[in-house]
Design a protein around this ligand. Sequence first.
Ligand SMILES: Nc1ncnc2c1ncn2[C@@H]1O[C@H](COP(=O)(O)OP(=O)(O)O)[C@@H](O)[C@H]1O
Ligand SMILES: [Mg+2]
Length: 616
Amino acid sequence: MARHAHSASPTDVDAIESGDAGIGVSLARIGKIMSRPELKRWRPVMVLALLLTLASKVFAVYAPVFFGDAINEMTGTDAAMAAVILLLAWWTGARLLSANLPYLRDALFAPVSQDAQRLVAVEAYGHAQGLSLAFHQTRRTGALNRVIDRGVAALDYLIRFLAFNIGPTLIELALAAYVLTTRYSWIAAVIAVATVALYAVFTGVLTGWRAEQRRKLNAADTELRALAVDSLTNFETVKAFAAETRETERYDAAMQTYNRNMVDVSRSLALLNAGQDIIMALGLTAVAGITALATFNGQVQAGDMAAVVLIMSNLYRPLSVLGWAFREIKQGAIDLEKLYGLLNMKPDVQDAPDAKPLVVKGGEVRFDGVSFTHDARSAGIDGVSFTVPAGTKLAVVGPSGSGKSTLLKLLFRFYDTKGGRVVVDGQDVRGLQQESLRDAIGLVPQDVVLFNASMRENVLYGRPDASDAELREAATRAQLIEFIDRLPNGWETRVGERGVKLSGGERQRVGIARAILKNPAILVLDEATSALDSATEQEVQGALDEAAKGRTTIMVAHRLSTVAGADEIIVLDAGKIVERGTHRELLDRGGLYADLWSRQSRAHEDANAMVAERVA
Ligand SMILES: Nc1ncnc2c1ncn2[C@@H]1O[C@H](COP(=O)(O)OP(=O)(O)O)[C@@H](O)[C@H]1O
Ligand SMILES: [Mg+2]
């Protein structure tokens, strides 16, 4: 029945997109959601909604009975006008109620449904936010939103179809059978039930067959669109190769495939509808014939025949959407299951049950024989040990891919180490509440990414409760204030998506202001200036030095000139520390660091010489 995603690994995003479950599982899930304590205040409304639905079905079955009785009364031997009018009034009332109670129910139920949807959406969103870095690195953008949106919508229409449509229709069928048996003839009841059963089976089989046709149609549609987009975006190539006709022919071929599939789908729909109508017509004819015979035998009256036929045709209306409802319910069950796949994912880095908040004593950082690998890759971190005493600066240098960023992520405990320990102020990070650990660390990454909001909101992200004075102070120390004051809209300037309306240097300074505002004991700089040109780098470096004052600082840098002042420098290569010491000591050693240093200074001199030559 169900391929549950319960045991999905936290990085297995595809698992959340392959949910599948039976209707029973979905019903159980919906039942659980609707009985949540948060929705308790809606319980009377839920009960009322069900009662209204049932009542509408009772009226739907009894309206024809009143109508039939009215005919019987009229055609009877001692017809009484008043009785006929009364019965017709009953008939009208019952019809009005059966048609309109569902609207009343929908109006009453709307806020319940919305509340339930919000509950589940917020829970799923919060849960996704809380999943580990590895999950977010692997997931496809948009996929997560889709899972949440569809799952939440599925909750709504599953309730609608199961509780307000299919379920009540079954009850209506039972009630109709009961009324037919007791008031008219059990044979009519048997025919009614058999017709409906045949109708449902026929619809189910054809819907299954049509699902395959629809899948093909969708595939053809996707193909057609992809082809058109691909060809139109490659217009230069198409033109250069004079391939316009060829491209148009390809489009025509794809279009033909699509058309063929569309014809199949239309024809099968016609067949489905025709079959449904034939089954229903035969059923109606059968009951009409049976009751007509009984009328001649004098067992029932003319009005009874009208009632029986009307009861039967009433059953037809909810059934006509059965095929569609069937498909929607199936899809809803799948969507809901995906949502639960997401909700059942566990973050791979979790707080221990007895996790304690970090007690910050100054911000000493110690790596104790730390090892780590990503997935199955061999490269990673291999037995790295160092200590950064509180308030000092450690620089990490090394070739790209040597594991510098990974080292920093281990400090944040975005991943758990495979060996060794990461210790902050004497406390193993595995025993800490992640939130308290991350509160104590400020990060300025290589590319500061901003929210598409105002300057103020972006800087405030470092500490949302900061005062205006603190905000200004942080911006001043980050050398950002002059820039902000020059902007026509000042702090309220919007920075564009991901901060595209700012230059790289400005974005970095916003990142630094954020870190200063956060006022962490430990500051982490991951190539915070590497993406900048050297003039801007020097400016931003000043802001960084200011931010690092009085804090433990771990900086990863590409240009060695920026790390020369560090208390200790470690040189990382393929995840191992290959050299360590101060700038002076490392130069004297004449190893990898000295080599890098001389290459970088030479490059610098060459560049200067080149400029001088051009100018001369
Ligand atoms: N999320 C990830 N999944 C798998 N491998 C990764 C991931 N992040 C980094 N790596 C790999 O780990 C190695 C170290 O990466 P990183 O720490 O980013 O290097 P650096 O910052 O020194 O340039 C690289 O080989 C990189 O390809
Ligand atoms: Mg890196």
